[in-house]
Ligand binder design. Structure first.
Ligand code: SF4
Ligand code: SF4
Length: 125
Protein backbone atom coordinates (compact mmCIF):
# COMPACT_ATOMS: atom_id res chain seq x y z
CA UNK A 1 0.00 0.00 0.00
CA UNK A 2 1.26 3.46 -0.89
CA UNK A 3 1.90 5.76 2.07
CA UNK A 4 0.27 9.01 0.91
CA UNK A 5 2.47 11.06 3.25
CA UNK A 6 5.67 10.03 1.48
CA UNK A 7 4.42 9.08 -2.01
CA UNK A 8 5.96 11.14 -4.79
CA UNK A 9 3.88 13.69 -6.64
CA UNK A 10 2.77 12.91 -10.20
CA UNK A 11 3.99 16.10 -11.83
CA UNK A 12 2.89 15.06 -15.33
CA UNK A 13 -0.66 14.50 -14.12
CA UNK A 14 -0.70 17.91 -12.40
CA UNK A 15 0.66 19.53 -15.56
CA UNK A 16 -2.12 17.95 -17.60
CA UNK A 17 -4.76 19.32 -15.23
CA UNK A 18 -3.17 22.76 -15.37
CA UNK A 19 -2.98 22.62 -19.15
CA UNK A 20 -6.65 21.71 -19.51
CA UNK A 21 -7.70 24.82 -17.53
CA UNK A 22 -4.91 27.12 -18.63
CA UNK A 23 -6.93 29.67 -20.62
CA UNK A 24 -9.40 30.69 -17.93
CA UNK A 25 -7.01 30.35 -15.00
CA UNK A 26 -4.11 32.26 -16.52
CA UNK A 27 -6.47 35.02 -17.61
CA UNK A 28 -7.93 35.29 -14.11
CA UNK A 29 -4.50 35.35 -12.50
CA UNK A 30 -3.33 38.08 -14.86
CA UNK A 31 -6.52 40.18 -14.50
CA UNK A 32 -6.38 40.26 -10.68
CA UNK A 33 -5.53 43.82 -9.70
CA UNK A 34 -4.77 42.88 -6.07
CA UNK A 35 -7.33 45.45 -5.02
CA UNK A 36 -8.62 43.30 -2.11
CA UNK A 37 -12.24 44.21 -2.83
CA UNK A 38 -13.22 40.53 -2.82
CA UNK A 39 -12.19 40.28 0.82
CA UNK A 40 -15.27 42.19 1.98
CA UNK A 41 -17.57 39.49 0.63
CA UNK A 42 -15.79 36.59 2.34
CA UNK A 43 -17.36 35.86 5.71
CA UNK A 44 -14.31 33.86 6.79
CA UNK A 45 -12.09 36.90 6.22
CA UNK A 46 -14.36 38.96 8.45
CA UNK A 47 -14.73 36.16 11.00
CA UNK A 48 -10.93 35.97 11.32
CA UNK A 49 -10.38 39.64 12.13
CA UNK A 50 -9.58 40.45 8.51
CA UNK A 51 -6.47 38.30 8.53
CA UNK A 52 -4.94 38.79 5.02
CA UNK A 53 -4.46 35.02 4.70
CA UNK A 54 -8.25 34.71 4.54
CA UNK A 55 -8.59 37.11 1.60
CA UNK A 56 -10.02 35.24 -1.41
CA UNK A 57 -7.24 36.56 -3.62
CA UNK A 58 -4.57 35.36 -1.17
CA UNK A 59 -6.14 31.91 -1.20
CA UNK A 60 -6.15 31.46 -4.96
CA UNK A 61 -2.78 33.14 -5.53
CA UNK A 62 -1.17 30.84 -2.94
CA UNK A 63 -2.72 27.70 -4.41
CA UNK A 64 -3.60 27.64 -8.09
CA UNK A 65 -1.35 30.67 -8.65
CA UNK A 66 1.60 28.80 -7.14
CA UNK A 67 0.83 25.72 -9.23
CA UNK A 68 0.94 27.71 -12.48
CA UNK A 69 3.98 29.71 -11.38
CA UNK A 70 5.87 26.50 -10.66
CA UNK A 71 4.47 24.90 -13.86
CA UNK A 72 3.20 22.02 -11.74
CA UNK A 73 6.65 21.21 -10.39
CA UNK A 74 5.68 20.99 -6.77
CA UNK A 75 6.38 18.54 -3.99
CA UNK A 76 4.08 17.06 -1.40
CA UNK A 77 4.96 19.57 1.30
CA UNK A 78 4.00 22.41 -1.04
CA UNK A 79 0.66 20.77 -1.73
CA UNK A 80 0.12 20.26 2.01
CA UNK A 81 0.88 23.92 2.60
CA UNK A 82 -1.55 25.13 -0.06
CA UNK A 83 -4.23 22.75 1.20
CA UNK A 84 -4.54 24.96 4.29
CA UNK A 85 -5.55 27.89 2.06
CA UNK A 86 -8.08 25.93 0.03
CA UNK A 87 -9.74 23.85 2.73
CA UNK A 88 -9.16 25.38 6.16
CA UNK A 89 -9.58 28.95 4.92
CA UNK A 90 -12.34 28.41 2.38
CA UNK A 91 -15.64 26.53 2.40
CA UNK A 92 -16.37 27.15 -1.30
CA UNK A 93 -19.55 29.02 -0.43
CA UNK A 94 -19.18 30.96 -3.72
CA UNK A 95 -20.10 34.26 -2.09
CA UNK A 96 -16.90 36.11 -2.96
CA UNK A 97 -17.44 38.90 -5.45
CA UNK A 98 -14.82 40.31 -7.78
CA UNK A 99 -15.70 43.47 -9.74
CA UNK A 100 -13.37 42.27 -12.50
CA UNK A 101 -15.42 39.12 -12.95
CA UNK A 102 -12.86 36.66 -11.66
CA UNK A 103 -14.49 33.37 -10.72
CA UNK A 104 -12.62 32.86 -7.47
CA UNK A 105 -14.38 29.65 -6.30
CA UNK A 106 -13.55 27.89 -9.57
CA UNK A 107 -9.87 28.65 -9.04
CA UNK A 108 -9.91 27.31 -5.50
CA UNK A 109 -11.92 24.29 -6.65
CA UNK A 110 -9.31 23.44 -9.29
CA UNK A 111 -6.52 23.70 -6.71
CA UNK A 112 -8.53 21.34 -4.50
CA UNK A 113 -8.94 18.85 -7.36
CA UNK A 114 -5.21 18.88 -8.03
CA UNK A 115 -4.34 18.36 -4.37
CA UNK A 116 -6.94 15.65 -4.07
CA UNK A 117 -5.54 13.88 -7.16
CA UNK A 118 -2.28 13.52 -5.25
CA UNK A 119 -3.89 12.30 -2.05
CA UNK A 120 -3.63 15.65 -0.29
CA UNK A 121 -6.92 16.55 1.37
CA UNK A 122 -8.30 16.92 4.89
CA UNK A 123 -8.95 13.74 6.82
CA UNK A 124 -11.46 13.92 9.58
CA UNK A 125 -11.08 10.41 11.00
S1 SF4 B 1 -9.91 38.76 -7.19
FE1 SF4 B 1 -10.88 40.66 -7.97
S2 SF4 B 1 -11.54 41.78 -6.16
FE2 SF4 B 1 -10.07 40.22 -5.48
S3 SF4 B 1 -8.07 41.24 -5.44
FE3 SF4 B 1 -8.27 40.28 -7.47
S4 SF4 B 1 -9.17 41.86 -8.78
FE4 SF4 B 1 -9.49 42.55 -6.67
S1 SF4 C 1 -15.80 30.70 -1.60
FE1 SF4 C 1 -14.14 30.73 -0.11
S2 SF4 C 1 -13.06 32.65 -0.54
FE2 SF4 C 1 -15.09 32.81 -1.49
S3 SF4 C 1 -16.40 33.77 0.05
FE3 SF4 C 1 -16.63 31.56 0.31
S4 SF4 C 1 -15.12 31.02 1.90
FE4 SF4 C 1 -14.55 33.06 1.10
Amino acid sequence: MIDQQTASVDINFIRDMLKKNKGKMKLSLSVCAHCSLCAESCFLFNAHHQDPKYMPSYKFIHSIGTLYKKKGKVDRSMLEEMSINIWERCVLCTRCYCPFGIDIPSMIALARSICRSQGVFPRYD
